[in-house]
Design a protein. Structure first.
Lengths: 347, 347
DNA sequence: CTGTTAGCGCATTCAA
DNA sequence: TTGAATGCGCTAACAG
């Protein structure tokens, strides 16, 4: 006996350790389960007092809808699959931060996967995310395995490809033109009067965008009749440490440059550290320019001249565009979140 | 007509845009759905050839189990709820990286929530994560609202509380003693011969661990007959910029210190930048010590003396301990991932 | 505006 | 070693 005066069949109140279900709420509110469901999802017309009764019952029981059941019944779930190349590079947590910001106030939640820059890993993650029938999948770049592309295109799930807009998206692309950013770097350095420009980069086999910036840089220079006078690429992923080493190597090779364009801010900050340690004045001895606009670059004794890439905005904008249109549209869309030069003191 | 020579009832092959289900696989492999389910979950005895047939059918159809259905039926899901205070502070993405590393090779996926250091937000996130009946929930610290604590304790879900071990966990705690880390900082500075020690910190109303380190620092000093000779706390969250400002303010107030202990590395790196910009020699004019062991501190012209906090290990260890024991054990457990002094060149 | 009727796709009893 | 039956908790038609 777990109740007094209640008939055996009365399970309007869930017993002790039992979690309440729609049925419990429905009974307590004296309506059908369906009505409770409608109230919760804010769907269809509900009489104000009915809504009140239902909400009271929900509160009384501390009812929390079972998402698995909801997803199964509706064959769709309030999950946003988020695929990131890496968590080591601060850039991607910042994108995730934007995604999260765009999700506040909704009942969607990000479910994440990290590819480590492997397209095969991305494919596995896509498959396992699709198993949840998510509302959307957000990934980076336009490169996917054939199987991955087929899965993405074949699903009715909305797809966003972030960071880059220099190619044709499956559904939605949000980011900036890295090629244009590279050209802008070239123009800036030339305008500032530098003419012997070197490039310091990291391994770009997995980082297509770094390569696009490099190409833009070269194009931008050649438009003014210049070209790179020296370049050095490490075989490691980008990091401050690598940047420091790479600039040191480039200079040790005797490169006669007056400015160094780096593949990104991590590398550039490392370069700055090398200059400090080596007693090389910046920018008079050597000008430095990065890409991304990370906080750390702006706290250097001389703020780094760089290109702001708006990572947060990329994530937030993507989510907003995705949630605005739950169905995948006929036409793919591209949203350019742009970039801007941060005029620091190093170039 | 969508097939030739096939009877109307033959749906062993899902039609065009239809995603295959267990039933499709079962029919193709000529076994019951049940058997397919067993093969997939590796449960119960299966005849080798049956397994082969089933796997072949799975591959042929490109079958991917519907997670919502599985979760509903088993009332548990391969989700790890991960609650982080922030994504702006690199420390938490690193913990997430550890969690992700511990999840590789499993079918669990992290579903994340960000509290922005608000306990009320944490409570909401806990409730919405519990709606998925996750395998575990990982959060930080021991402070939760009463309702949140009730939910966590009441659920049969495994709970890990990360970062800190200076209190009693609900189920599992993984981290380090921040109080001890503070004492270690004090001991290190004193051993190095510094005696006029100042403290530079950030807002700790939401960051209990920074406060614990501060208390440990004070205790450690007093054990050697010393005490802080100056301190400055900004009202902002920690950042390099704030660290730079804070040290500048402390020194502008005329503090006569020979060493500054910072609340963390972000603040300490900012302090280093101030010294560089102000022409103050480190460590001879002023010694600096941080906490965390971030990469950026190690790339400064002089590597930062700091305390390594093993964020990656915290995340990875937590996952491993959680997955090892799916049921919540009777006794709560504490795993100390420890810390170690990084003997840099700034103190 | 509300209730009734059917599943969603799988895991979990039980039998065989 | 395998199969048949049952239901997880909810949403989605359709009536009324």
């Amino acid at each position: 006996m777990d109740g007094e005066g209640r008939s055996i069949a009365d399970d309007s109140v869930p017993s002790a350790a039992e979690t309440p279900t729609l049925a419990h709420v429905a009974r307590l509110a004296k309506v059908s389960e369906n009505t409770v469901s409608r109230v919760i999802r804010n769907k269809g017309p509900i009489a104000p007092e009915t809504r009140l009764r239902v909400n009271a019952a929900i509160d009384a029981l501390g009812y929390v809808p079972n998402r698995a059941a909801g997803s199964l019944a509706s064959s769709s779930s309030p999950i946003i699959g988020v695929i990131l190349p890496s968590l080591s590079n601060i850039v991607f947590p910042e994108v995730l931060r934007g995604i999260n910001a765009g999700l506040i106030g909704t009942s969607y939640r990000p479910m994440i996967g990290v590819t480590d820059y492997s397209l095969e890993t991305e494919q596995d993650i896509i498959s396992s995310l699709l198993a949840w029938h998510p509302a959307a999948i957000i990934t980076t770049g336009f490169e996917h395995t054939t199987a991955a592309r087929r899965m993405l295109e074949g699903s009715r799930v909305r797809i966003a490809e972030l960071m880059d807009i220099d190619d044709r998206p499956i559904d939605l692309a949000v980011g900036l033109s890295h090629r244009e950013a590279g050209r802008a770097m070239a123009r800036h350095l030339v305008q500032r009067g530098y003419s012997r420009i070197g490039y310091v980069g990291h391994d770009w086999t997995a980082d297509r965008r770094a390569r696009l910036r490099y190409e833009g840089l070269c194009e931008g220079l050649s438009e003014t009749g210049l070209s790179l006078v020296a370049e050095y690429r490490t075989e490691a992923p980008s990091s401050t440490l690598e940047g420091r080493r790479a600039l040191a190597s480039l200079l040790a090779d005797g490169a006669a440059i007056d400015a160094a364009a780096f593949s990104n801010d991590d590398m550039a900050v490392g370069g700055f550290m090398h200059c400090m340690a080596a007693g090389m004045p910046v920018p008079d001895g050597l000008a430095l320019m990065g890409f991304n606009g990370l906080e750390i670059g702006q706290v250097l004794p001389k703020p780094l001249t760089t290109v702001l890439s708006n990572r947060f905005a990329i994530g937030k904008t993507a989510i907003e565009a995705l949630l605005e249109t739950p169905q995948r549209p006929q036409e793919a869309r591209i949203i350019d979140t742009g970039f801007s030069i941060i005029e620091g003191a190093t170039a």
